[in-house]
Design a protein around this ligand. Structure first.
Ligand code: GDP
Length: 214
């Protein structure tokens, strides 16, 4: 499998909706989570680049879909989806976000997978289940990051992972949805996350040649 250097990530563009997204070429992996789930910290940790995370925290960009190129002529991208669950947002704005998020998930053809972040102390809240259901409905692979694992003792963190895995199995989605423990603060699970994303972004063997011939 071709290795990806996540440290090469660079800000590409911000888009308010699917229409303004970059061309449907190459492959991308999106990050979603409630506000404060640790999304910026995780992207920062993965790419070793605080500037990217700041991009997504810039007022005015928090509600945008932010694209980062991983090199190779921007044929591989990370996508930071708008955070969700800010307390004082009007209902109409929330509905608009929902529409953009679901449209992106359902219609974006170059999207290969969704990393869904949730605080390990409060997994599977309303927004998380909503995103998970959309993704499963769209047959989109999902990797759940149980973030801030350093806030729990090791045993408790592993228990939560077990419970989440059990509920995925009970729902019959274990082939599409995986989960892991993660901590940006303590650098826990970074390699595992890199492997999942690399697997998603690399085209299946032979596809490269086919696209050259066409
Ligand atoms: P975002 O709103 O999802 O982008 O969340 P942030 O990355 O900004 O993180 C929200 C808060 O959680 C900040 O105060 C971070 O310092 C804290 N945080 C993020 N990741 C971790 C982690 O792995 N461990 C701990 N203890 N705190 C974290």
């Amino acid at each position: 499998m071709t290795e990806i250097n996540f440290r090469n990530a660079q800000f590409l563009i911000s888009a308010p909706s699917l229409r303004e997204c970059p061309a449907e070429e190459g492959a991308e992996v999106a990050f979603a989570g409630r506000s404060n789930a640790g999304k910026s910290s995780a992207i920062n940790c993965l790419t070793n680049n605080g500037k990217l995370a700041r991009t997504s925290k810039t007022p005015g960009r928090t509600q945008l879909i932010n694209f980062f190129s991983l090199g190779q002529g921007a044929q591989q991208r990370l996508v930071d989806l708008p955070g969700y669950g800010y307390a004082k947002v009007p209902l109409a704005t929330k509905r608009e976000w929902q529409a953009h998020l679901s449209e992106y998930l359902y219609k974006r053809k170059c999207l290969r997978g969704l990393v869904l972040l949730m605080d390990i102390r409060h997994p599977m809240q309303e927004f998380d289940t909503m995103m998970l259901n959309w993704a499963v409905d769209a047959n989109m692979p999902v990797h759940l990051l149980l973030t801030k694992s350093d806030k729990l003792k090791r045993g408790a963190a592993n228990n939560t992972l077990l419970q989440v895995n059990r509920s995925l199995k009970e729902s019959g989605v274990q082939d599409l949805v995986s989960a892991q423990i993660f901590s940006s603060l303590k650098n826990v699970g970074v390699q595992q996350l890199e492997q999942v994303i690399t697997g998603w972004l690399n085209p299946p063997a032979g596809e490269d040649e086919a696209s050259v011939k066409n």
